[in-house]
Structures are given as C-alpha cells and as structure tokens.
Design a protein around this ligand. Structure first.
Ligand code: PLP
Length: 383
C-alpha cells in the first residue's frame, strides 16, 4: 500500500546533530537525547537508533510505553523515564531495566518493594523543585526523600535533577541562573548529608547550547538533536554569547500526494464554509493530507506547500484528510497524479518550509508542529 502522506527522516542529519552536541559537551559529560513524543514526531525507534549510532550514551523517554517500544526494537541502552510513573508500574520498571524520576515517597516505597521482589536495586533520580513548578520537590523535602531512598533496599539514589522554566523564551537568563543556584545548593546539601548521586543533570537543548556550567554529568537534549533551535531567543543568545558555531540540520520532511487536479473558474468558492473565492481562473490541486494527519486546520488560507520547489498557497479550509492548493503558477508538468509528491514541511528543490515558519503561521512553537504529525504516517529513513 502506498502511503498518501508520510515523513522522510534524514538519518545523516540526526547523526550530525548529535555529533554537534557531543562536540560542545565533550567526552566526559553523558549525552542523553530525548525521544519522547514519537521522537519529536520523527519516529521513536528510527531516531533512537540514529542517536545511539552517533554516540549518544542514554536515551530519555516520557513513559514506560515508549521505553517498551525501544526495548522491543532491541535497544539495550540505558533509558531514563522523564515523565510520570505510577506506583503500580514498578514491576514493569524492573522488567524494562529503566531508571525513573521520583518526587514522592509513594513512588519510592513502591519501587523499593518491586526491586526487592526481583532481587534488584532500581536506580532512582530525585527531582528538585527550582522554579518550574512542574515535577519536583522543594530542596528540604527532596533531601528527606533522598535519605529515604538511601535507607531502603531495592532502590538506590543514582541521580538528582531539575528542569529550567525560562530559558528558551527570553534572552534574559536571570531566572534560569537562580534555578541553577538552587540546584547547586541542593547538590551541596546532598553531599553534606553523605549522599552523592553520581549523575546530576538539568540541561535541556537551550542550556546545552548556551551554558557549559549546566552540564554536570549529563545533558538531556531534545529539540536540538532533531536539528531545530529551541527558539529565536536561544539562537540570538548563542550569537550574543559567541556560541553560534552550532550547526543544526533539520531532519524531517513531510510529504503528500496530488489526488486530483481541476480548473476552477474565477469567482468559484473553494472548500467548507466557502472561505476562499477564486480571484482568477485557477488550477487547483487536491492534496492527500488533512488535520487528522496533523496538518493544523489553522493553516487554512494561510500556508503554502512546495511543488517541485514552487510555492502553492493553501486555498480554503483544511479538511480532515484533504486540502486544496492553488497550483496555477506551478509548471503544469509538476502538477499531476503521476508527478509525485508535494512537500508540506522541509526542503524541495532549493526552497524550504521550516517547522518554525509553520509554527509562526499556527501561533505555536516548532516543538508542537513536529510532535503532532500523526504517528500513523510512515517515517521513511533517508540518508
Ligand atoms: C522534553 C524534556 C527535555 C528536552 O527539552 P528540549 O528543549 O527539547 O531540549 C529535557 N528535560 C525534560 C525533563 C524534558 O521533559
């Protein structure tokens, strides 16, 4: 069966990005690319294999279902679970041989029980609250939890961690610096208490690009591993800090096909709600992708697609499985059922639609654009 819409993922680009990140963090800091959200939409197993072959040490996932996919794909690498693990999932944690983040005693006690029953010791990472107010415990409570982990059989304190709240949205890094100070204080408190977890980590892509003093023992790089900058502000900060030697290569192209080509006379309406009326006789192509596939409906009458490098504007509303584009100005030999593909995102004959461009059209960020491409669409690996 021919897919009607699919993604082409450049393995070379994924490997290149991880090597760039390795270059900045050096050989002593572990590199743990994040493959949650289906590898930021790139295909989780494909991305994982590329990152590992480029020298990644660990992989980060959101949950046990993702960890399970990686194990079933035959990957035996260390896996760190960033997201929530329920107390009743600890048997699976043992079975999958993953490390998890904890921030309450219920999880710790449940993990210890599962560890003991398997004659194992589960590696735990305690998350300290430094100002994001998502996961994590204030330093004093985190210290108490660290002591509990230390006292229980069946678990051990492998890591401590935190996460920045305000690093990619601004060029003012005062808040992030405060978070870092709280994290450093917590590390000192742990060591005072005789606790010395071997893996301290807090750095995401933006911190990895901008601040060597956030590396500690490991960095968790998501978006940059896929060749995208965390934000314009991060790019600007990198340029200002003279750390713009970082060359990232976007790895994803999103394609679809032409289902029909038709001439639409001037004055005709196109699509649901008649939101577009042709201002001239138009050659309209019907494209095999819609909002079910992840092509946001807010792109209606706003985006364009590339047909052999030429921009064809979206006309009318995006439908569930289809959309219409105006190909009047595209070479007619490129506009047929047999002509092949159109590019919704990525490069085509010297032109590019970036995830950042699409994010701006929709009013979101590049992360969401790629992460929301329907998992059902095939991801084809290309060089
Ligand atoms: C998703 C995530 C990351 C990766 O963030 P990027 O900005 O994509 O590098 C790192 N750490 C945690 C806890 C995350 O949830």
């Amino acid at each position: 069966m021919e897919p009607h819409s699919w993604c082409e993922i450049s393995r070379g680009a994924l490997e290149h990005n991880v090597k760039q990140l390795r270059r900045v963090v050096g050989s002593r800091c572990m590199l743990a690319p994040v493959v949650k959200a289906n590898g930021y939409g790139h295909g989780i197993t494909l991305a994982a294999a590329a990152f590992l072959s480029a020298g990644a040490d660990w992989l980060c996932v959101n949950d046990l279902a993702e960890a399970n996919l990686l194990r079933r794909a035959g990957l035996g690498c260390p896996i760190y679970v960033l997201g929530w693990v329920a107390p009743w999932e600890m048997e699976e944690v043992c079975g999958l041989g993953v490390r998890i983040v904890v921030y309450d005693s219920d999880a710790v006690v449940a993990a210890a029980a599962a560890g003991r029953s398997h004659n194992r010791s589960i590696p735990l990472h305690i998350k300290v609250e430094t100002g994001n107010h998502r996961q994590g415990l204030p330093p004093n409570d985190a210290l108490a939890l660290a002591r509990l982990v230390n006292d229980l059989e069946g678990v051990y304190l492998e890591g401590i961690t935190t996460h920045f709240a305000d690093i990619e949205d601004t060029t003012d890094h005062t808040y992030a610096t405060k978070q870092l100070t709280i994290f450093e204080d917590f590390i000192a408190q742990c060591s005072h208490a005789g606790l010395s977890p071997s893996i301290r980590h807090c750095s995401n892509s933006a911190a990895t690009i901008l601040w060597p003093n956030t590396y500690f023992d490991m960095v968790r790089t998501g978006i940059a591993s896929y060749g995208m900058w965390p934000s314009k502000e991060t790019l600007l900060s990198a340029v200002l800090a003279d750390r713009h030697g970082m060359q990232l290569r976007p790895a994803l192209a999103w394609k679809a096909r032409i289902a029909q080509v038709k001439t639409v006379p001037k004055g005709s309406f196109i699509g649901y709600g008649r939101t577009y009326q042709a201002t001239h006789d138009s050659r309209i192509a019907v494209i095999t992708c819609g909002y079910y596939d992840g092509y946001d409906r807010r792109l209606s009458n706003l985006a364009y697609v590339l047909v052999n490098g030429v921009r064809a504007p979206v006309r009318g509303r995006i439908c569930m499985n289809l959309m219409m584009v105006d190909t009047t100005d595209v070479d007619s030999s490129d506009v047929s059922l047999r002509a092949g593909e159109v590019t919704l995102l990525g490069d085509s004959a010297g032109e590019r639609i970036s995830a950042e461009q699409m994010a701006e059209w929709i009013g979101t960020i590049n992360y969401e654009v790629v992460a929301r491409i329907n998992e059902r669409l095939p991801r084809r690996e290309v060089m």
